[in-house]
Write a protein that binds this ligand. Structure first.
Ligand code: ADP
Ligand code: MG
Length: 712
């Protein structure tokens, strides 16, 4: 472990600048480096002698540099680097454009590999801008092989990263194995060390496959362990049976300004039935954006409170937690219920505690006060990560406070858009529910449309409720693709709508993956719209780096129609509810997955006015075009998910970024066979040794997964 934790700055050729650049792609340790998988490979493994080259062939050549020099091209004043390279069979002309430094790196007499596509130039064979690599000891990393290609940003180059990963693998020698020996044997896996070598530097495509199946198994096995450990825990546990309070529930349903859909009723009924039992409910509620999951959750929580117990609802972000808090306060206004909010920056209770109560007027309580004095507690991760706790260092001893969140008598927990399946739920299980021997019922809600068959394959016999039907009277959102020719027309359209009183969301794609909080992309779009396009409107920008108070202020003003246009990253993706916002404008739409675009679109079309979704995108070709067109023609999240699955493959659709459900780098939710294997193996282990007494490595690995939640 110690070796894996070595900071990258200890490696040769990594100075402060490079370390900073690596940090941008999330790499800080040797471990991060070797687990940074390539997203594709270039097959440069075909090595030919010069006489075997012909125009159009892609190949690698090994030869001696006879001559290399720079010259300025007469026409465009570009700098050309020209070289003659020869082997025993002939010689070859090479040209590079605009890389004058090459004459410093490559000297006459050097033996080099060149990889690229051979061209004919005046009946002479030549390479233009080939990849080069000077022949040294050891196998070539950038040519003459199946070469890994990584997602990069900043100034790190492919060659640099390949070198560092190779170096790290050599430096480590053996990566500690965490899979039990008998699983490796039974499933005929290669070791983790071999798998990592082969995923980066495969000798053949068969090796890529071999490495992938091992590493995918690791990911899915971890996932299964997390899920099944919970299942095991729940099997032995008892929950508080919640009696169905019919009269009050009817009163609640009648107080709603709308009629529940049949699917909402059915889902609520399934949940209420589960709650009546003395075994903890473990149910997933799936429903497209805008299908009305919140009311269903409210109904369940109401029943729990009427049974004199507490319910907790956890959301993914501060904004969403606050919004849920407001919505739930409003929905349950007639019931005299104490509702508390716990986020990192804010802890409050809706209830007037009375003049004589010393804390009555205070705005900010501590979390424990809220969790002890509210019937319903709504919050973010702050609900499950101990107050003020410093996240434990990944490899060091756990540090920080031990004071766990405590409830008085928690009987139901609900997580809206669970991020790490099995991890967050377990944190709730470990939290002090206030009654020993009692486990709260559990409901997880998601807008990710996972088809039932897939969900079952993954979660096994997890109970599932699906809301397929949208509330009646929703107008179809009109969706249009806007290319550069129509951009100004679209701006005019938006201007008109804003003049009519409507509001607009603008979503920006991240400019680079390292800018996780989207500061840069949002700032640029914001400036452009404010200065050049809509100077007359009130525009605000929302991104992950803003302090919560600022976010809250902007969201409140937006929901009160004091802001016309809200520019934001995908943070508004899940759950924001502002019925007067009728235009969803998405920049760089081609960069998002269908499912995600559909989520964005679900932010509008919630009120009485006709709503629009404008997909701004240029250079639309082939598959991208087909994807965006699918969005134009369909409003059904499940249908779109299937379409996306067919077009892009499951990795893209249910990849980490898209689903937010499970942390998979290589594996896909449709790797059915591996899911099945992982499930079987996890079941065996849990049945045999649920505390992992014999499996120290597995135990350590699970702990890492749990700590990662804190680090987010
Ligand atoms: P989601 O499932 O995406 O969380 P919400 O619970 O936020 O959806 O509901 C979206 C909007 O639809 C809210 O404004 C809610 O009040 C409204 N809504 C919920 N159920 C119905 C219904 N049966 N008829 C009409 N509107 C509804
Ligand atoms: Mg929601």
């Amino acid at each position: 472990m110690f070796v894996l934790a070595t900071p990258v700055s200890h490696l040769t050729r990594v100075g402060r600048v490079t370390a900073k650049q690596l940090e941008k792609i999330g790499i800080e340790t040797v471990e991060d480096l070797i687990f940074y998988y390539p997203f594709r490979y270039d097959d440069l493994s075909r090595v030919l002698t010069i006489d075997k080259l012909f125009p159009g062939v892609e190949a690698t050549v090994r030869g001696r540099v006879e001559l290399i020099k720079n010259r300025r091209s007469p026409v465009k004043k570009k700098i050309l680097t020209e070289a003659i390279v020869s082997d025993d069979t002939g010689s070859l002309k090479v040209v590079w454009f605009n890389q004058p430094f090459l004459t410093k790196n490559i000297r006459p007499g050097d033996v080099i590999y060149l990889a690229g596509k051979a061209n004919f130039d005046y009946r002479e064979i030549e390479f233009v801008n080939p990849v080069y690599e000077i022949v040294r000891r050891g196998a070539p990393l950038n040519t003459a092989a199946i070469v890994p290609v990584y997602h990069l940003t900043g100034r790190i180059t492919q060659k640099q990263l390949r070198f560092l990963i190779k170096h790290s693998l050599d430096f480590i020698g053996e990566v500690p194995e965490w899979l039990p020996k008998d699983i490796i044997k039974r499933r005929d896996f290669i070791s983790i060390t071999e798998a990592l070598r082969q995923i980066h530097f495969p000798a053949s495509w068969a090796e890529v496959e071999e490495a992938e199946s091992r590493l995918k198994f690791d990911e899915l096995f971890l996932f299964q362990l997390l899920a099944q450990r919970i299942k095991h825990l729940l099997k032995k546990s008892r929950a508080i049976p919640i009696e169905f309070k019919k009269r009050q529930t009817v009163k609640f349903v009648n107080s709603l300004p709308f009629k529940l859909t049949n699917d909402q009723r059915l889902a609520a009924w399934e949940i209420i039935k589960d709650l009546e039992g003395d075994r903890p409910m473990n149910r997933l509620l799936e429903g497209d954006v805008g299908s009305g999951k919140t009311v269903v959750a409210a109904m369940a929580m109401l029943n729990v409170v009427l049974n004199k117990h507490q319910a907790a609802l956890m959301a993914a972000t501060d904004i969403l937690a606050r919004q849920h808090y407001k919505t739930i306060c409003k929905l349950l206004a007639d019931f005299n219920i104490k509702i508390g909010l716990v986020t990192r920056s804010e802890k409050k209770i809706n209830y007037k505690l009375g003049a004589r109560n010393p804390v009555g007027g205070k705005k900010n309580f501590d979390s424990r006060f809220v969790t002890h004095n509210s019937d319903i507690i709504i919050g973010t991760h702050a609900l499950i990560s101990a107050k003020g706790a410093v996240p434990a260092d990944r490899h060091g001893p756990a540090s920080g406070g031990q004071d766990k969140i405590e409830f008085k008598n928690l009987a139901l927990t609900i997580i809206d858009e669970q991020h790490r399946f099995g991890v967050e739920q377990r944190k709730f299980l470990k939290a002090n529910s206030g009654q020993s021997g009692i486990t709260p019922h559990f409901l997880s809600m998601t807008a990710t449309p996972i088809p039932r068959s897939l969900a079952l394959a993954l979660y096994g016999d997890l109970d599932l409720s699906i809301i397929k039907e949208m509330p009646k009277g929703r107008k179809k959102i009109l969706t249009k693709i806007v290319d550069s020719k129509n951009r100004s027309g679209a701006y005019e359209f938006i201007r008109e709508k804003v003049k009519e009183g409507r509001q607009v969301f603008v979503i920006c794609p991240l400019i680079n993956p390292s800018d996780k909080l989207g500061v840069k992309s949002v700032a640029e779009e914001y400036q452009k719209l404010r200065k050049d396009i809509f100077p007359e409107f009130k525009i605000e920008a929302l991104h992950g780096k803003l302090p919560s108070a600022a976010k809250e202020k902007i969201m409140t003003e937006f929901s009160e129609n004091k802001i016309n246009v809200l520019v934001s990253t995908s943070v508004v993706e899940v759950g924001i509810d502002v019925p007067n916002a009728t235009i969803m404008m998405i920049e760089g739409a081609e960069r998002f997955g269908l499912a995600q675009l559909h989520q964005f679109r679900g932010r509008v079309g919630r009120g009485e006015h006709q709503s629009y979704c404008l997909l701004f995108s240029d250079n639309l070709v082939g598959q991208t075009k087909e994807r965006l067109r699918a969005l134009v023609s369909s409003n059904d999240g499940f249908a779109l998910a299937e379409k996306d699955l067919a077009l892009r493959g499951p990795g893209e659709v249910y990849g980490t970024q898209q689903s937010g459900i499970i942390d998979l780098k290589l594996a896909k939710l449709t790797d059915f066979l591996i899911i099945k294997q992982a499930k079987e193996e996890a079941e065996k282990i849990i049945a045999d040794d649920p505390e992992f007494k014999k499996y120290a490595e597995i135990k350590a690995r699970l702990r890492l997964a749990e700590e990662a939640v804190h680090l987010e």
